[in-house]
Design a protein around this ligand. Structure first.
Ligand SMILES: Nc1ncnc2c1ncn2[C@@H]1O[C@H](COP(=O)(O)OP(=O)(O)OP(=O)(O)O)[C@@H](O)[C@H]1O
Length: 280
């Protein structure tokens, strides 16, 4: 049975204003994203409909170029959509201006990156508190203590990033992402630069933040083992969702990914045969 930190739950819920299910943290409605125009248009997202449940850990997988990063960037309001809506805790973020989007990201979204993105001149503690320093927010000392203890960082708080291992740096980045008690954390290949032991540790902490603190996490990964820590895994291909697995296991995810790779190769072969036939 998961326990939800009461302060956390209180701060993280908004009143949905549009009939959206109150257990949905973020949702896309018919989202299309095109890059470029005319003949050179790249259809990165082709009418994506997906809802991410609050307090769940979702992995997004798929071949290179399938649209995973585009989806994550549009969900986080870092990139605009060509068509459709993104509803975040009841608010349509596609109609927000840049200032409101910046505020939303600062106060309600946490980010974890493959390359940690810590500020090298600051200590672990300063890095963790950076989002609050920037927003002028108050530090919840109890929450800071709980996070740093859970993440095993208590004895590393005065160290700078170059004095920490990769796994420790990523744990600092996780604490930084969680310090504001965000509604959603987006993790982009969080274990891409880590060895298998550190990866397992980081994924274990991400899972714990979901089960123990009620966090909502959306993680892009190429790694089927990483995806198996999630409650759900979505597979993307060519800008569409082609599979949606509950309690994913690595074998099943690898099978689905291989299947997509074969399908994409077969499609490329057909396209190049048609092109050469047309040229002749
Ligand atoms: N700024 C851009 N301008 C033009 N095309 C883009 C841009 N960003 C992404 N694309 C294209 O959109 C498609 C989806 O890209 P995206 O980065 O979302 O894929 P991905 O699944 O995250 O790939 P990877 O696993 O390699 O990171 C690709 O064909 C890519 O080339």
């Amino acid at each position: 049975m998961s326990t939800v930190n009461p302060t956390y739950a209180k701060n993280s819920l908004a009143n949905p204003s549009n009939g959206m299910h109150r257990d949905t943290a973020i949702e896309t409605i018919d989202v299309v994203k095109d890059y470029g125009s005319g003949e050179n248009t790249v259809h990165a997202l082709r009418g994506v409909n997906v809802a991410f449940e609050r307090g769940k850990f979702t992995a997004i997988m798929g071949p290179s170029g399938s649209g995973k990063s585009t989806l994550m960037h549009t969900l986080a309001g870092l990139d605009s959509v060509s068509h459709g809506k993104i509803v975040f805790s009841g608010f349509d973020i596609t109609s927000m201006n840049d200032t409101d989007l910046t505020m939303l990201r600062r106060h309600r979204i946490g980010f974890i990156f493959q390359s940690f993105n810590l500020l090298p001149m600051f200590t672990a503690k300063q890095n963790i508190l950076m989002p609050l320093t920037l927003s002028g927010g108050k530090v919840d000392k109890q929450w800071f203590r709980m996070l740093t203890e859970t993440l095993g960082l208590k004895d590393r708080l005065s160290h700078r990033p170059n004095e920490l291992s990769g796994g420790q740096q990523q744990r600092v980045a996780i604490a930084r992402a969680l310090i504001t008690k965000p509604d959603v954390v987006f993790a982009d290949e969080p274990t891409g630069n880590l060895d298998s032991v550190s990866s397992a540790e980081v994924l274990g902490f991400l899972k714990k933040s979901v089960t123990d603190f009620g966090q909502t996490i959306i993680m892009v990964t190429h790694d089927a083992v990483a995806a198996s820590y999630a409650d759900r895994a979505i597979v993307f291909a060519d800008g569409n969702i082609v599979a949606d697995e509950t309690n994913p296991n690595p074998d099943r995810m690898n099978d689905l990914l291989m299947q997509e790779r074969r399908r994409s190769l077969a499609q490329q072969t057909v396209t190049s045969q048609v092109n050469s036939a047309l040229i002749r």
